[in-house]
Write a protein that binds this ligand. Structure first.
Ligand code: IMP
Length: 434
C-alpha cells in the first residue's frame, strides 16, 4: 500500500508549534518540503538539550535519510540560508546536496527588499503591518512584477546576474530616494555578494518540482511543511495584516510544483489558545493578566524577531474556518500545558458584529467583532508528564473533547511541552502518529 503524503499547516496566526509536529513525522518521510514564506518563519525543534530554531531550512534536516526541499514558492534569502547551514554544520548536523535541495525557480530576497520592508513600515507609522522586516512582501511583489525579480537559477551566472542587479538597483535607488530620502545601495557590492552566494549554493540548486513529481510517481512519501498560519494567508487571512504568500494547504501545489493530489492528509496544528505577532485584528486577544499569563508560561516571544506576542483565548470559529479552507483531516493541539493554573478557560464560539450574531469567520469584519465565549473550568495539574490521554486531568480531557466538537475534527496529537517526548499520540490514519 502506498503511504499517503502529509501536509502540516498552522491554523491560527503562526507560531502554533509546527516545528515539533514536523519533527515528529519527518523520519517516516523521504522528503520534507517548504512551499511558502521565507526567513520570516521560525520553526523550533528541541532535541534533548539542544534547541534548533530553523527559518529557511526544513525541519527534516535533523533526520538522517530525509531530503529537504526549499520549493519554488519560497522567498529565498541565500545569506540567511548559508548562515543556517553553517550553524547546523557547526553543531554536527550534515547538510549538503544529498539532503538539501533548493528550487532554481524560487525568488531571491535581495538587500533592497529588506530595506524597502523597513522603510515602508516606518513610513506607515501607526498603520504599519508589523512585518518581520525580512523583505518578504517586497520580494513577492517583485515576483508578481516579473521584470524586477531575481530567481535562484540566475545566481549561477555571474555576468547575467550583474547586468540585471545593476539595472534593478539603479531603479530602486531612485524610488527609495524619492519616497524615503534613503541612501543609495551599492549595486556592485550587491552583485558580488549574491554571485558568491550562487557559487556556494550551486550544488544544491535544481528543478525541485521535477524531483518531487518523480518522488510522487515512485511512491516516496513527502511531508509539506507550512509556514506562518492560515489567518496570515495572502488571500484568506485578515488582509491587509497578513504575509504575502499562500500558506494554507492550497499553496502546496503551486509552491512545490506538484499536483493537488500530492497534498495527502492535512494535519492542522493549533495552539490550545491563540497568539499573534504584528498588527491586525485578533478578536480573542487578552490585553490583561490572562494574556500576560499565557505569554510567560508559553514563552511567547518571536523565534525570528524576539517580539512579544499578543496572546488570548482559543478562537474555535477562526480555527474551524482555517480547517475548512485547507481540508484538514486531523488536528494537532499544542501547548495544552500552558493553560494549567487558570481557574477558567474560555473558547470563542461566535461573534457579535454591529448587533448581529456571526457564527463564521469573516476576515474583513474581525476588527469590529465582539467574542461570544463558552467557559470551561480550568485545572491545576502540570501536564508535562502525561503520555496518554488517560493521564490528563478530567478537566483538560473535557477541554480537548470540546475543541474537537467545535472544530469538527479529531485531535490525534497533543503536545504538553517543548521536548520531543512530551507528546501524546492518539488514534490516527497518518503514518508516524497512529
Ligand atoms: P511578513 O511576513 O514579514 O511580511 O509579516 C507580515 C505579518 O505576518 C506580520 O504580522 C508578521 O508578524 C506575521 N508573520 C510572518 N511570519 C510569521 C511567522 O512565521 N509566525 C508568526 N507571524 C508571522
Amino acid at each position: 500500500m502506498v503511504t499517503r503524503n502529509v501536509t502540516v499547516i498552522g491554523l491560527q496566526w503562526g507560531d502554533e508549534g509546527k516545528g515539533k509536529v514536523v519533527d515528529a513525522l519527518a523520519s517516516s518521510c523521504k522528503y520534507v518540503v517548504r512551499y511558502c514564506g521565507g526567513a520570516n518563519a521560525g520553526h523550533t525543534v528541541n532535541v534533548g538539550d539542544e534547541r534548533y530554531a530553523l527559518h529557511l531550512i526544513p525541519c527534516g534536516i535533523l533526520h538522517q535519510g530525509v531530503v529537504n526541499v526549499v520549493g519554488n514558492g519560497v522567498a529565498f534569502d541565500p545569506g540567511v540560508a548559508l548562515k543556517e547551514i553553517q550553524d547546523l554544520r557547526d553543531r554536527g548536523v550534515t547538510v549538503g546536496s544529498e539532503n538539501l535541495r533548493i528550487s532554481s525557480a524560487a525568488n531571491v530576497v535581495m538587500p533592497y527588499h529588506k530595506l524597502q520592508d523597513s522603510l515602508s513600515e516606518a513610513a506607515l507609522g501607526a498603520e504599519k503591518i508589523g512585518t518581520t522586516a525580512r523583505g518578504i512582501g517586497p520580494c513577492y511583489a517583485d515576483k508578481a512584477n516579473r521584470a524586477t525579480a531575481v530567481r535562484v537559477a540566475e545566481l549561477a551566472d555571474g555576468e547575467v546576474l550583474r547586468g540585471k542587479i545593476r539595472r534593478i538597483v539603479e531603479m530602486k535607488n531612485k524610488v527609495f530616494a524619492a519616497l524615503y530620502q534613503a541612501q543609495p545601495l551599492d549595486a556592485d557590492a550587491v552583485c558580488q555578494e549574491y554571485a558568491e552566494y550562487g557559487r556556494k549554493l550551486a550544488p544544491m540548486i535544481c528543478n525541485t518540482g521535477e524531483l518531487l513529481r518523480r518522488a510522487c510517481a515512485g511512491g516516496d512519501r513527502i511531508l509539506f511543511e507550512g509556514g506562518q498560519g492560515s489567518m496570515l494567508d495572502i488571500d484568506h487571512g485578515t488582509y491587509p495584516f497578513v504575509t504575502s504568500s499562500s500558506v494554507t494547504a492550497c499553496g502546496v501545489p503551486t509552491g512545490a510544483g506538484v499536483p493537488p493530489s500530492a497534498v495527502g492528509d492535512v494535519l492542522g496544528v493549533m495552539k490550545a489558545y491563540t497568539s499573534r505577532v504584528g498588527s491586525g485584528p485578533f478578536p480573542t486577544e487578552q490585553d490583561n493578566p490572562v494574556g500576560s499569563y499565557l505569554r510567560e508560561r508559553g514563552r511567547e516571544y518571536g523565534t525570528t524577531t524576539g517580539r512579544a506576542r499578543r496572546c488570548g483565548w482559543l478562537d474555535a470559529v477562526a480555527v474551524r474556518y482555517a480547517a475548512e479552507l485547507s481540508g484538514v483531516t486531523e488536528l494537532a493541539l499544542s501547548l495544552l500545558d500552558v493553560l494549567t493554573g487558570l481557574d477558567e478557560v474560555k473558547i470563542c464560539v461566535g461573534y457579535e458584529v454591529d448587533g448581529r450574531r456571526l457564527e463564521s469567520f469573516e476576515p474583513s469584519v474581525m476588527g469590529q467583532a465582539k467574542c461570544i465565549y463558552e467557559s470551561l473550568r480550568g485545572w491545576k495539574e502540570e501536564l508535562g508528564g502525561c503520555r496518554d490521554s488517560a493521564d490528563l486531568p478530567a478537566r483538560a480531557r473535557r477541554y480537548v473533547r470540546r475543541v474537537e466538537q467545535l472544530i469538527g475534527r479529531r485531535i490525534s496529537l497533543i503536545s504538553v511541552g517543548a521536548d520531543r517526548d512530551k507528546t501524546i499520540l492518539r488514534r490516527s490514519r497518518i503514518k508516524g502518529i497512529g
